[in-house]
Design a protein around this ligand. Structure first.
Ligand code: ADP
Length: 402
Protein backbone atom coordinates (compact mmCIF):
# COMPACT_ATOMS: atom_id res chain seq x y z
CA UNK A 1 0.00 0.00 0.00
CA UNK A 2 1.38 3.43 -0.88
CA UNK A 3 0.94 5.91 1.96
CA UNK A 4 2.69 8.66 0.05
CA UNK A 5 5.38 9.05 2.69
CA UNK A 6 7.94 11.04 0.87
CA UNK A 7 9.53 14.15 2.29
CA UNK A 8 10.30 17.43 0.52
CA UNK A 9 12.01 16.95 -2.82
CA UNK A 10 10.72 13.37 -3.03
CA UNK A 11 13.29 11.97 -0.57
CA UNK A 12 11.91 9.14 1.56
CA UNK A 13 11.00 10.57 4.94
CA UNK A 14 12.35 9.09 8.13
CA UNK A 15 10.01 7.81 10.82
CA UNK A 16 9.83 8.92 14.41
CA UNK A 17 8.26 6.91 17.18
CA UNK A 18 7.26 8.72 20.34
CA UNK A 19 6.74 6.57 23.43
CA UNK A 20 5.01 7.33 26.71
CA UNK A 21 5.49 4.41 29.08
CA UNK A 22 3.50 4.03 32.29
CA UNK A 23 3.19 1.20 34.79
CA UNK A 24 0.26 -0.36 32.95
CA UNK A 25 0.42 1.07 29.45
CA UNK A 26 2.73 1.95 26.59
CA UNK A 27 1.29 4.80 24.52
CA UNK A 28 2.81 5.55 21.15
CA UNK A 29 2.57 7.87 18.19
CA UNK A 30 4.32 7.33 14.89
CA UNK A 31 5.28 10.31 12.75
CA UNK A 32 6.94 11.15 9.51
CA UNK A 33 9.85 13.47 10.43
CA UNK A 34 9.77 17.11 9.32
CA UNK A 35 9.64 20.69 10.58
CA UNK A 36 6.08 19.87 11.57
CA UNK A 37 6.02 16.07 11.97
CA UNK A 38 3.08 14.29 10.33
CA UNK A 39 1.20 11.82 12.52
CA UNK A 40 0.69 8.45 10.87
CA UNK A 41 -0.40 6.20 13.71
CA UNK A 42 -1.44 6.63 17.33
CA UNK A 43 -2.44 4.15 19.99
CA UNK A 44 -1.40 2.14 22.98
CA UNK A 45 -0.82 -1.22 24.52
CA UNK A 46 -2.96 -1.13 27.65
CA UNK A 47 -3.21 -3.41 30.68
CA UNK A 48 0.44 -4.50 30.49
CA UNK A 49 0.68 -7.84 32.33
CA UNK A 50 -1.15 -11.11 31.65
CA UNK A 51 -3.99 -9.66 29.53
CA UNK A 52 -2.51 -6.83 27.50
CA UNK A 53 -4.50 -5.23 24.70
CA UNK A 54 -3.42 -3.32 21.61
CA UNK A 55 -5.57 -0.43 20.35
CA UNK A 56 -4.54 2.01 17.65
CA UNK A 57 -5.36 3.99 14.56
CA UNK A 58 -2.78 3.08 11.94
CA UNK A 59 -3.10 5.17 8.80
CA UNK A 60 -6.85 5.19 8.30
CA UNK A 61 -7.48 1.85 9.99
CA UNK A 62 -8.63 1.09 13.54
CA UNK A 63 -6.70 -1.91 14.85
CA UNK A 64 -7.45 -3.81 18.07
CA UNK A 65 -5.96 -7.06 19.32
CA UNK A 66 -5.48 -9.13 22.49
CA UNK A 67 -1.76 -9.63 23.06
CA UNK A 68 -1.88 -12.04 26.00
CA UNK A 69 1.05 -11.55 28.35
CA UNK A 70 3.13 -8.43 27.58
CA UNK A 71 5.82 -6.33 29.24
CA UNK A 72 7.42 -3.23 27.66
CA UNK A 73 9.59 -5.38 25.33
CA UNK A 74 6.63 -7.39 24.04
CA UNK A 75 4.47 -4.27 23.76
CA UNK A 76 7.10 -2.50 21.68
CA UNK A 77 7.44 -5.50 19.38
CA UNK A 78 3.66 -5.58 18.95
CA UNK A 79 3.59 -1.87 18.07
CA UNK A 80 6.20 -2.44 15.39
CA UNK A 81 4.50 -5.49 13.95
CA UNK A 82 1.15 -3.74 13.77
CA UNK A 83 2.69 -0.59 12.24
CA UNK A 84 4.53 -2.58 9.57
CA UNK A 85 1.71 -1.72 7.12
CA UNK A 86 3.00 1.84 7.17
CA UNK A 87 6.68 1.29 8.08
CA UNK A 88 7.17 -1.19 5.22
CA UNK A 89 10.55 -2.44 6.40
CA UNK A 90 11.91 0.98 7.41
CA UNK A 91 12.27 1.11 11.21
CA UNK A 92 11.98 4.46 13.03
CA UNK A 93 15.16 6.54 12.79
CA UNK A 94 14.53 8.23 16.10
CA UNK A 95 12.64 7.15 19.19
CA UNK A 96 11.53 9.97 21.48
CA UNK A 97 10.71 9.04 25.06
CA UNK A 98 8.58 10.89 27.55
CA UNK A 99 10.54 10.84 30.80
CA UNK A 100 9.02 12.16 34.01
CA UNK A 101 12.15 13.47 35.69
CA UNK A 102 15.16 15.27 34.28
CA UNK A 103 16.34 16.44 37.71
CA UNK A 104 18.09 19.78 38.05
CA UNK A 105 20.36 19.25 35.07
CA UNK A 106 18.13 18.77 32.05
CA UNK A 107 16.17 21.72 30.71
CA UNK A 108 16.06 20.42 27.12
CA UNK A 109 15.70 17.04 25.36
CA UNK A 110 18.77 14.83 25.66
CA UNK A 111 20.35 12.10 23.60
CA UNK A 112 19.99 9.00 25.79
CA UNK A 113 23.64 7.96 26.01
CA UNK A 114 24.72 5.41 28.67
CA UNK A 115 25.95 8.33 30.83
CA UNK A 116 22.61 10.13 30.63
CA UNK A 117 20.75 6.88 31.37
CA UNK A 118 22.87 6.41 34.48
CA UNK A 119 21.99 9.90 35.71
CA UNK A 120 18.29 9.36 34.98
CA UNK A 121 18.30 6.06 36.90
CA UNK A 122 19.62 7.95 39.93
CA UNK A 123 16.43 10.04 39.79
CA UNK A 124 14.14 6.99 40.14
CA UNK A 125 13.53 7.61 43.87
CA UNK A 126 12.22 11.10 42.97
CA UNK A 127 9.52 9.70 40.66
CA UNK A 128 9.14 6.07 41.73
CA UNK A 129 5.81 5.53 39.98
CA UNK A 130 6.93 6.90 36.61
CA UNK A 131 10.71 6.99 36.09
CA UNK A 132 11.40 3.23 36.34
CA UNK A 133 8.76 2.50 33.68
CA UNK A 134 10.00 5.31 31.45
CA UNK A 135 13.54 3.94 31.62
CA UNK A 136 12.39 0.34 31.11
CA UNK A 137 10.85 1.45 27.82
CA UNK A 138 14.07 3.20 26.82
CA UNK A 139 16.07 0.02 27.45
CA UNK A 140 13.57 -2.06 25.46
CA UNK A 141 13.78 0.48 22.66
CA UNK A 142 17.60 0.56 22.58
CA UNK A 143 17.56 -3.22 22.31
CA UNK A 144 14.95 -3.18 19.53
CA UNK A 145 16.54 -0.30 17.56
CA UNK A 146 20.28 -0.26 18.23
CA UNK A 147 20.90 2.05 15.24
CA UNK A 148 18.20 4.63 16.00
CA UNK A 149 18.67 7.89 17.86
CA UNK A 150 17.06 7.68 21.30
CA UNK A 151 16.13 10.96 22.91
CA UNK A 152 14.50 11.79 26.24
CA UNK A 153 12.01 14.64 26.73
CA UNK A 154 11.41 15.56 30.35
CA UNK A 155 8.23 16.67 32.10
CA UNK A 156 10.32 18.75 34.49
CA UNK A 157 12.41 20.55 31.84
CA UNK A 158 9.94 23.37 31.09
CA UNK A 159 10.06 24.45 34.74
CA UNK A 160 13.82 24.50 35.16
CA UNK A 161 14.21 28.27 35.22
CA UNK A 162 11.80 29.10 38.03
CA UNK A 163 12.87 31.87 40.36
CA UNK A 164 14.48 30.13 43.35
CA UNK A 165 11.65 31.15 45.68
CA UNK A 166 9.16 29.13 43.61
CA UNK A 167 11.34 26.03 43.71
CA UNK A 168 12.10 25.78 47.38
CA UNK A 169 10.34 24.44 50.47
CA UNK A 170 10.61 25.95 53.94
CA UNK A 171 13.05 23.25 55.00
CA UNK A 172 16.72 23.61 55.99
CA UNK A 173 18.58 24.70 52.88
CA UNK A 174 20.71 21.54 52.79
CA UNK A 175 17.65 19.64 51.54
CA UNK A 176 17.30 21.99 48.60
CA UNK A 177 20.93 21.32 47.77
CA UNK A 178 20.20 17.57 47.96
CA UNK A 179 17.45 17.95 45.35
CA UNK A 180 14.37 18.36 47.55
CA UNK A 181 12.78 21.03 45.35
CA UNK A 182 9.55 21.88 43.58
CA UNK A 183 10.31 20.49 40.13
CA UNK A 184 6.90 20.77 38.47
CA UNK A 185 5.61 18.34 35.84
CA UNK A 186 3.38 18.28 32.70
CA UNK A 187 6.13 20.34 31.05
CA UNK A 188 5.62 18.81 27.59
CA UNK A 189 1.98 19.89 27.64
CA UNK A 190 2.88 23.43 28.77
CA UNK A 191 5.57 23.61 26.10
CA UNK A 192 3.00 22.68 23.45
CA UNK A 193 0.42 25.18 24.74
CA UNK A 194 2.87 28.11 24.96
CA UNK A 195 4.10 27.32 21.43
CA UNK A 196 0.55 27.22 20.09
CA UNK A 197 -0.34 30.42 21.92
CA UNK A 198 2.65 32.20 20.39
CA UNK A 199 1.21 31.30 16.98
CA UNK A 200 -2.47 32.10 17.55
CA UNK A 201 -2.22 35.04 19.99
CA UNK A 202 1.34 36.46 20.16
CA UNK A 203 0.28 39.37 22.35
CA UNK A 204 -1.19 37.10 25.01
CA UNK A 205 1.77 34.71 24.69
CA UNK A 206 4.09 37.54 25.70
CA UNK A 207 1.98 38.27 28.80
CA UNK A 208 0.96 36.57 32.07
CA UNK A 209 -0.89 33.31 31.49
CA UNK A 210 -2.07 30.50 33.74
CA UNK A 211 -2.35 27.16 31.94
CA UNK A 212 -4.60 24.56 33.56
CA UNK A 213 -3.74 21.03 32.45
CA UNK A 214 -6.72 19.08 33.77
CA UNK A 215 -6.50 15.39 32.87
CA UNK A 216 -6.26 12.35 35.11
CA UNK A 217 -3.16 14.03 36.43
CA UNK A 218 -3.70 17.76 36.85
CA UNK A 219 -1.61 20.83 37.43
CA UNK A 220 -1.51 24.54 36.68
CA UNK A 221 1.45 26.54 35.51
CA UNK A 222 2.07 30.28 35.68
CA UNK A 223 3.79 31.39 32.48
CA UNK A 224 5.35 34.78 31.84
CA UNK A 225 6.37 35.58 28.28
CA UNK A 226 6.33 31.86 27.43
CA UNK A 227 8.44 30.76 30.41
CA UNK A 228 7.27 28.86 33.46
CA UNK A 229 7.43 30.94 36.65
CA UNK A 230 5.60 28.62 39.03
CA UNK A 231 3.77 25.30 39.03
CA UNK A 232 1.22 23.77 41.38
CA UNK A 233 3.08 20.46 41.21
CA UNK A 234 6.10 20.24 43.42
CA UNK A 235 8.65 17.63 44.41
CA UNK A 236 6.36 14.84 43.30
CA UNK A 237 3.35 14.60 41.03
CA UNK A 238 1.12 14.60 44.14
CA UNK A 239 1.07 18.28 45.01
CA UNK A 240 -1.26 21.08 43.97
CA UNK A 241 -4.65 20.31 42.47
CA UNK A 242 -6.65 17.26 43.49
CA UNK A 243 -6.53 14.77 40.61
CA UNK A 244 -8.26 11.60 39.44
CA UNK A 245 -6.74 9.46 42.19
CA UNK A 246 -4.06 11.74 43.71
CA UNK A 247 -4.71 13.93 46.71
CA UNK A 248 -3.20 17.26 45.62
CA UNK A 249 -2.01 19.73 48.25
CA UNK A 250 -1.87 18.11 51.69
CA UNK A 251 -0.65 19.29 55.08
CA UNK A 252 2.47 17.16 55.76
CA UNK A 253 1.14 16.82 59.32
CA UNK A 254 -1.56 14.56 57.89
CA UNK A 255 1.09 12.15 56.62
CA UNK A 256 2.83 12.14 60.03
CA UNK A 257 -0.51 11.53 61.74
CA UNK A 258 -1.41 8.65 59.44
CA UNK A 259 1.99 7.06 60.07
CA UNK A 260 2.12 7.57 63.83
CA UNK A 261 -1.50 7.20 64.86
CA UNK A 262 -3.03 4.99 62.17
CA UNK A 263 0.07 2.88 61.59
CA UNK A 264 0.16 3.27 57.81
CA UNK A 265 3.42 2.12 56.22
CA UNK A 266 5.24 4.02 53.47
CA UNK A 267 3.83 1.71 50.80
CA UNK A 268 0.29 1.99 52.22
CA UNK A 269 0.62 5.77 52.23
CA UNK A 270 1.92 5.71 48.66
CA UNK A 271 -1.11 3.71 47.56
CA UNK A 272 -3.48 6.00 49.48
CA UNK A 273 -2.05 9.27 48.18
CA UNK A 274 -1.43 8.21 44.56
CA UNK A 275 -4.21 5.72 43.85
CA UNK A 276 -7.08 6.10 46.29
CA UNK A 277 -7.47 9.83 46.83
CA UNK A 278 -8.56 12.82 44.73
CA UNK A 279 -11.85 12.50 42.85
CA UNK A 280 -11.94 8.76 43.43
CA UNK A 281 -11.35 9.02 47.16
CA UNK A 282 -13.76 11.87 47.75
CA UNK A 283 -16.57 10.38 45.66
CA UNK A 284 -15.94 6.87 46.94
CA UNK A 285 -16.72 5.79 43.39
CA UNK A 286 -14.58 6.82 40.43
CA UNK A 287 -11.84 9.09 39.07
CA UNK A 288 -13.76 9.53 35.81
CA UNK A 289 -15.03 13.11 35.66
CA UNK A 290 -17.65 12.24 33.06
CA UNK A 291 -19.16 9.65 35.41
CA UNK A 292 -19.05 12.08 38.33
CA UNK A 293 -20.83 14.77 36.33
CA UNK A 294 -23.54 12.28 35.38
CA UNK A 295 -23.91 10.92 38.91
CA UNK A 296 -26.79 11.83 41.26
CA UNK A 297 -24.77 10.91 44.37
CA UNK A 298 -24.04 13.68 46.87
CA UNK A 299 -20.43 12.46 47.20
CA UNK A 300 -19.87 12.92 43.47
CA UNK A 301 -21.05 16.52 43.74
CA UNK A 302 -18.80 17.04 46.78
CA UNK A 303 -15.79 15.71 44.86
CA UNK A 304 -16.48 18.14 41.99
CA UNK A 305 -17.00 21.00 44.44
CA UNK A 306 -13.63 20.34 46.09
CA UNK A 307 -11.91 19.93 42.71
CA UNK A 308 -13.18 23.21 41.31
CA UNK A 309 -12.67 25.12 44.59
CA UNK A 310 -9.00 24.08 44.79
CA UNK A 311 -8.51 24.94 41.13
CA UNK A 312 -9.89 28.45 41.80
CA UNK A 313 -7.55 28.88 44.78
CA UNK A 314 -4.51 27.83 42.75
CA UNK A 315 -5.55 30.09 39.89
CA UNK A 316 -5.56 33.03 42.29
CA UNK A 317 -2.21 32.01 43.80
CA UNK A 318 -0.55 31.70 40.40
CA UNK A 319 -1.96 35.08 39.32
CA UNK A 320 -0.27 36.52 42.43
CA UNK A 321 3.02 34.82 41.43
CA UNK A 322 2.70 36.45 38.00
CA UNK A 323 1.79 39.89 39.45
CA UNK A 324 -1.49 39.76 37.56
CA UNK A 325 -3.09 37.80 34.79
CA UNK A 326 -3.83 38.34 31.09
CA UNK A 327 -5.13 34.91 30.15
CA UNK A 328 -6.14 31.43 31.25
CA UNK A 329 -5.81 28.36 29.02
CA UNK A 330 -7.64 25.09 29.72
CA UNK A 331 -6.30 21.80 28.35
CA UNK A 332 -6.26 18.06 29.19
CA UNK A 333 -9.22 15.67 29.03
CA UNK A 334 -11.32 17.63 31.54
CA UNK A 335 -10.07 21.10 30.57
CA UNK A 336 -10.74 20.50 26.88
CA UNK A 337 -14.09 18.74 27.19
CA UNK A 338 -16.00 19.76 30.27
CA UNK A 339 -17.79 23.09 29.90
CA UNK A 340 -19.37 22.58 33.32
CA UNK A 341 -16.04 22.21 35.12
CA UNK A 342 -14.56 25.22 33.32
CA UNK A 343 -17.64 27.24 34.29
CA UNK A 344 -17.39 26.17 37.94
CA UNK A 345 -13.68 27.01 38.12
CA UNK A 346 -14.27 30.45 36.58
CA UNK A 347 -17.38 31.13 38.64
CA UNK A 348 -16.89 34.17 40.90
CA UNK A 349 -13.56 35.11 39.29
CA UNK A 350 -14.89 38.27 37.60
CA UNK A 351 -12.72 40.31 40.03
CA UNK A 352 -9.74 38.81 38.17
CA UNK A 353 -11.27 39.77 34.81
CA UNK A 354 -12.38 36.18 34.21
CA UNK A 355 -15.94 36.06 32.86
CA UNK A 356 -17.12 33.30 30.56
CA UNK A 357 -19.31 33.58 27.50
CA UNK A 358 -21.72 30.79 28.48
CA UNK A 359 -22.58 29.88 24.89
CA UNK A 360 -18.99 29.80 23.63
CA UNK A 361 -18.04 27.70 26.65
CA UNK A 362 -20.87 25.22 26.10
CA UNK A 363 -19.95 24.97 22.42
CA UNK A 364 -16.31 24.20 23.35
CA UNK A 365 -15.06 27.15 21.30
CA UNK A 366 -11.41 28.16 21.48
CA UNK A 367 -12.03 31.58 22.98
CA UNK A 368 -14.60 31.46 25.79
CA UNK A 369 -13.96 34.62 27.85
CA UNK A 370 -15.61 38.03 27.61
CA UNK A 371 -13.77 39.77 30.48
CA UNK A 372 -10.44 41.62 30.35
CA UNK A 373 -8.65 38.30 31.02
CA UNK A 374 -8.78 36.06 27.98
CA UNK A 375 -9.95 32.48 28.51
CA UNK A 376 -9.00 29.87 25.92
CA UNK A 377 -9.42 26.15 25.36
CA UNK A 378 -6.48 24.61 23.49
CA UNK A 379 -6.19 20.84 22.97
CA UNK A 380 -2.74 19.78 24.13
CA UNK A 381 -0.40 17.41 22.28
CA UNK A 382 2.54 16.17 24.33
CA UNK A 383 3.53 13.57 21.72
CA UNK A 384 3.99 16.29 19.11
CA UNK A 385 6.51 18.08 21.33
CA UNK A 386 8.48 14.83 21.50
CA UNK A 387 8.20 14.35 17.74
CA UNK A 388 9.45 17.89 17.07
CA UNK A 389 12.45 17.31 19.34
CA UNK A 390 13.12 14.01 17.55
CA UNK A 391 12.93 15.74 14.15
CA UNK A 392 15.46 18.33 15.31
CA UNK A 393 17.77 15.56 16.56
CA UNK A 394 17.58 13.86 13.15
CA UNK A 395 18.34 17.17 11.40
CA UNK A 396 21.34 17.78 13.63
CA UNK A 397 22.63 14.28 12.92
CA UNK A 398 22.20 14.82 9.18
CA UNK A 399 24.01 18.17 9.35
CA UNK A 400 26.86 16.65 11.40
CA UNK A 401 27.28 13.98 8.68
CA UNK A 402 27.42 16.58 5.85
P1 ADP B 1 -4.52 11.48 31.17
O1 ADP B 1 -3.99 12.43 32.22
O2 ADP B 1 -4.57 10.05 31.63
O3 ADP B 1 -3.92 11.68 29.78
P2 ADP B 1 -6.89 12.73 30.04
O4 ADP B 1 -6.21 14.02 29.70
O5 ADP B 1 -7.34 11.87 28.91
O6 ADP B 1 -6.07 11.85 31.07
O7 ADP B 1 -8.17 13.11 30.94
C1 ADP B 1 -8.97 12.10 31.47
C2 ADP B 1 -10.14 12.78 32.21
O8 ADP B 1 -10.87 13.60 31.28
C3 ADP B 1 -11.13 11.81 32.82
O9 ADP B 1 -11.49 12.22 34.12
C4 ADP B 1 -12.33 11.92 31.89
O10 ADP B 1 -13.53 11.62 32.54
C5 ADP B 1 -12.25 13.39 31.53
N1 ADP B 1 -13.07 13.70 30.36
C6 ADP B 1 -12.87 13.33 29.08
N2 ADP B 1 -13.90 13.78 28.30
C7 ADP B 1 -14.76 14.43 29.13
C8 ADP B 1 -15.99 15.11 28.95
N3 ADP B 1 -16.58 15.20 27.77
N4 ADP B 1 -16.58 15.67 30.04
C9 ADP B 1 -16.00 15.58 31.26
N5 ADP B 1 -14.84 14.96 31.49
C10 ADP B 1 -14.23 14.39 30.45
Amino acid sequence: MDHGMTGAGGATAEFILSLNAGSSSLKFSLYEAGDEPREIAVGQVESLGPNARFKARIGLEQVEDDLGSANHHVALRAILEKCETVLQGRPPACIGHRIAHGGVDYEAPQLLTPEVMEKLALLEPLAPLHQPHNLAAVRASIEAFPDALQIGCFDTAFHRNHPWVNDTFGLPLKYYDRGVRRYGFHGLSYDYITGTLARIDPELASGRVVIAHLGNGASMCGVLNGRSIASTMGFSALDGLPMGTRCGQLDPGVVLYLMDQEGLSASELTKLLYNESGLKGLSGATNDMRALEASQQLEAEMAIEYYTFRARRELGALAASLHGIDGVVFCGGIGENSAAIRARICNGMDWMGITLDARANTDNEMSIGIGRTKVLVIPTDEERIIARAASRALNERAMAKD
